[in-house]
Ligand binder design. Structure first.
Ligand SMILES: NC(=O)c1ccc[n+]([C@@H]2O[C@H](COP(=O)([O-])OP(=O)(O)OC[C@H]3O[C@@H](n4cnc5c(N)ncnc54)[C@H](OP(=O)(O)O)[C@@H]3O)[C@@H](O)[C@H]2O)c1
Length: 328
């Protein structure tokens, strides 16, 4: 297959692979299996033989066509961002070797992850943790990097800070609780009654059952509030922030953009996390996982052919931790 130069970014005209594609935006039924050309890595990319794929709410947003401005209307589109697998081909400038086990997140808005192979910029991937298998590693990149960026880079969480995490039992939340603890914070986590024990086990110092306690009525004040579930807004929770506190939201909307802009020079800031995959972050996460400080909570896995069921499950918004697809 390498009659073609490795650095040319295109699809291989002869080799095929199995992928899940959408040919129009819509419900879970638009996801279908197809045989498509296998990508060829550019100079900076590696070709990954994908073993497991992480499912994220972003996949569902893309599938529904909610970000068509970014994802366009040139079908078929392969969606999906989180992958774990082995490098089977490397571009001349890529610093990962053939045979290495890798995990990471594809930064393109639509992704290209729901497939047997993905050509990915090497700096969006990292060496996979060695203490967990690839099924578990595929659950990490998007959610854990979101938590790390929101808390460390946007929220400036540091030793001794008081941190509130709303939506602590979902894909991002389970990492956020643990990462806030690793950064030295005192963590108050918010979830439903059925997840209190899980969130406590992950290290939360206080757990609030949102079915019993209204967040807005809390007496405590926080250095950072990470609204992972995103059902509040800055104005609703501002009174819970300390004078220099930061509120970090996850869902792009006109409202949050306005809040970000109008608090830009204020002491109390509103921010929107926009996750990007970076080697340095994946390496940091690998170290935390391999040293036993960061646990991955896997809710369930589905075979790739049952991807529509995996999406239906995610759409219940009741996942405990992460959901993955197995490329069987
Ligand atoms: N901007 C970015 O870069 C970025 C990156 C990643 C994710 N996100 C967004 O962040 C959000 C969360 O992502 P995720 O992967 O964590 O989602 P998820 O795994 O689907 O979240 C499911 C969790 O939400 C909890 N939940 C449901 N209703 C709740 C409520 N009223 N209050 C608090 N928690 C509630 C559930 O816990 P209970 O069953 O205990 O209620 C469940 O554990 C999504 O909207 C996603 O699109 C944005």
């Amino acid at each position: 297959m390498s009659a073609l130069p490795q650095y040319r970014k295109h699809l291989h005209p002869h080799e095929k692979m199995r992928a899940i594609v959408i040919e129009k935006y819509g419900g879970p039924d638009v996801l279908r299996e197809a045989s498509v050309p296998r990508p060829v890595p550019t100079r900076d990319q590696v070709l990954v033989r994908t073993r497991f794929i992480g499912v994220n709410p972003k996949d569902i947003i893309v599938r529904k066509g909610k970000f068509q401005v970014a994802t366009g209307r040139r079908f078929p589109i392969i969606i999906g961002h989180d992958i774990a697998g082995e490098v089977v081909e490397a571009g001349v400038d890529a610093d990962l070797a053939v045979g290495e086990a890798v995990y990471g997140m594809i930064n393109d808005f639509a992704g290209r992850g729901y497939a047997e192979y993905a050509a990915v910029d090497a700096d969006q991937l990292g060496r996979a943790p060695t203490s967990i298998d690839l099924r578990v590693a595929a659950a990490v990149p998007l959610a854990a990097q979101t938590a790390l960026q929101a808390l460390r880079d946007d929220g400036h969480v540091a030793q001794g800070h008081e941190v509130l995490i709303n939506g602590a039992s979902g894909g991002v939340g389970v990492f956020a609780v643990q990462i806030a603890k690793i950064l030295g914070a005192n963590v108050t986590a918010v979830c439903s009654h059925r997840n209190i024990e899980l969130v406590r086990e992950l290290g939360a110092d206080q757990v609030i059952d949102y079915g019993k306690t209204e967040l807005v009525s809390l007496d405590q004040r926080f250095d950072a509030i990470f609204d992972v579930f995103g059902n509040y807004r800055f104005d609703k929770l501002k009174h819970l922030l300390k004078p220099h506190g930061t509120y970090v939201h996850t869902i792009p909307s006109a409202r949050i953009f306005k809040d970000v802009a109008r608090t830009f020079v204020r002491k109390q800031r509103a921010k929107l996390v926009i996750v990007r995959s970076r080697r340095s972050q994946l390496d940091w996460l690998r170290q935390q996982i391999d040293s036993g400080r960061l646990r991955v909570v896997l809710d369930r896995s589905f075979p790739l052919r049952d991807v529509a069921d995996a999406h239906r499950y995610m759409e219940t918004k009741r996942a405990r931790g992460k959901v993955v697809l197995e490329v069987d």
